[in-house]
Each structure stands twice: as structure tokens, then as C-alpha cells.
Design a protein around this ligand. Sequence first.
Ligand code: NAD
Ligand code: TYD
Length: 340
Amino acid sequence: MNLLITGGAGFIGSNFVRYMVREHPDYRIVNLDALTYAGNLENLEDVEQHPGYRFVKGDVADAALMRTVLEEHTIDAIVNFAAESHVDRSIMGASEFVRTNIVGINVVLELIKGHLPRQVGGRFVQISTDEVYGSLERSGAFTEFSPLHPNSPYAASKAAADLLALAYAHTFGLPVIITRCSNNYGPHQLPEKLIPLMIANAIENKPLPVYGDGLHVRDWIHVEDHCAAIDRILHNGRTGEIYNIGAGNERTNLDVVRLILAQLGKPESLITFVKDRPGHDRRYAIDATKLRRELRWEPKHDFERGLAETITWYREHEAWWRRIVSGEYREYYRKQYEER
Ligand code: NAD
Ligand code: TYD
């Protein structure tokens, strides 16, 4: 297979590149990434020398470049991770979210429709999110039939992308599959998302900023389990379908923060309640029955153990996250937390 992975220098994308190189060493893998603030080639140092792996710096919304990549590498499947992915940044300004998440996918869909129907006869897997469904009350879980109700500009841009992709599948018969996964954790996640931010702050004895009352619930999945699900869907999923991905690990944010503090031997007095996120979704929970039944996927990582291993990874890779928190991130952190 000649596989194009877009956004493969970010958190989930780099874990997926590594996963695919390990599981399918005979595949040719092209990783195209714009290397925005979230993209980091250090995430991929261990796969750079793999003979089937190529990196291309580029923008998914650049049609000419995308066409060249598809033709030169005779790509026959695409997994699209390229996105602006952070809710808080989308609240500060959404234009990049519209450009990458919506215009970007439209460029790819047009290319595989008009120019490369033969080569891309395989699959176009769009990596979406459970956030397109909006927020849940105390009970129930999102199924693939739940109505779309995105609440943040980020979620709205992802929902728009899903609808475009499904419309192209319906109208032009493109081999599109949508995946909607819950919150991921694991190595190489930028310390602007909950778990790595809290780990980094706790290590530095800095306040741990919990939004609102801290009782918002997220449904956590280890990034390796997400990668395994995408691999399964890429090869065996039905085109035109949506697959929810989740591991059934609902925790309040406060529970997660307390686990991190306990594991690091730090006091709970570091927890600082700060002003809530505007429009903050209260609860996410995923029903992944379709994926489990149809494709026989099961998550392998226990949440508490996976979190402990993730904390160990951050302790052993301080240079990785310290380089990030000393750069552009500083200005982001000031705006996001000190002016709150
Ligand atoms: P991330 O922000 O860590 O990585 C995004 C990557 O996309 C970066 O490498 C960035 O450089 C690249 N990128 C951004 N704009 C680009 C452009 N115009 N052209 C090419 N590359 C571009 O995000 P992530 O957490 O790894 O998420 C990856 C995907 O998974 C996203 O589509 C996100 O919506 C989805 N998702 C994430 C989660 C989660 O918990 N992190 C959960 C479900 C779904
Ligand atoms: P985040 O990692 O941004 O993921 P998402 O908003 O996409 O679910 O946030 C996860 C949860 O943690 C969410 O309820 C917001 C909360 N949160 C905090 O309380 N403090 C923080 O500093 C951050 C980044 C998130």
C-alpha cells in the first residue's frame, strides 16, 4: 500500500506513523505536514530512517502540492489527521480552523474526485472527533446516529468536514470513511491539552488550572488503541460509514488531575480553579459497539496504567516538552491563563 498520512507530525498522527511502520513494514508511507506550532519532527526521529517512509512539508489546502504528492507517490489510501485541534485556540480565533479543517479537506476531496479516481480507489479515512455530537447530560453515550450538535468553533469545523466528506461519498461514490474518537492521551501530546499540561505543571510545582468546577467528564482512550482502531478501519471498514472509537473510560477532569498529582507525589493544593471555558461541553461518552462488533476491535490499555506510563514518558522526555513550553507556547499560556 502507498499510504498518505496528513498531519503525521502531530500527536496522534506521529503515533499512527510509528504504529503503521511497525505493523506494516512493507508499506510506503508519505507523511505530509505543514509543521504548524503543533507539528514536530522530533516526534518521528525513530522512524526517519525507515526505507518506506518519506516526509513532505506542506499544506493540505495547497491543491497543486497535494496533486503532485498523490501522483508522484501513486497514493492509494489517505488518512487525514491534518487539523487545528485545540478547542481553546478555536475560541481565541477560528479562521485557521476553517482553512485547514474545512478548506483543506475540500481540496483533498476534489483531487480524489476529479484527478485520481484510479489510484485512490482504496480509502480516504477522515479522522474526526466525538465533539461533533456536542455535550451529553449525565447518562447515555454518543452512537453514530446521534445528531450533530457541535458547540465550539473547533467542533463545528470538524462537523463541517464530516458532512462534506459524506456528501462527496454519496454524490461521487468516493471511498470515504469517517472515524469519531473520544479524548486521546499518551506520549507526544502537546502540553496545551489537559493531561500533558497538568503533568508538566505538576513537575514544575506550578498551579494546575482546572476550568469551572472540574466536574466535566471526558471519555479517555490511549492513543495506541486509537491507532489500532484506525488501522482496522482503514483495511476492513465499510466505505460511506462512520465509526465511533472509544474505550469506555469516563473520568471527571478533577479525577484525572488528582491521579496525576498522586502519581507524581505532589500536593492537591496545586489545584487552582479558574474561570470556566466559554460554552464548555459538560460530558462526552462514546458508544463504540459498531466498531467492536463489526471489526472485532478492543482497546488494550487500562486507563490508570496507561496514564501512569504516560506520566513516566513525560518525566523521561523533559527536554521534549520543555523546548515546547519555552517557545511560542509561552505567549499562548499568558493569554489563556494569566489574562483569564
Ligand atoms: P495536533 O494538533 O497534535 O496535530 C495536528 C497536526 O496537523 C500537526 O502536526 C500540524 O502541523 C498539522 N497541520 C495543521 N494544519 C495543517 C495543514 N494546513 N496542512 C498540513 N498539516 C497541518 O492534533 P492531534 O491531537 O494529533 O489530532 C489529530 C486529529 O485527530 C485531528 O484531526 C483531531 O481533530 C482528531 N482528534 C483528536 C483527538 C484528541 O484527543 N487529540 C480526539 C479525536 C480526534
Ligand atoms: P482538552 O484537553 O482541551 O480537550 P477537549 O476540550 O477537546 O475535551 O480539555 C479536556 C478537559 O479538560 C476539558 O473539559 C477542559 C479541561 N481543561 C481544564 O480544566 N484545564 C486546562 O488547562 C485544560 C487545557 C483543559
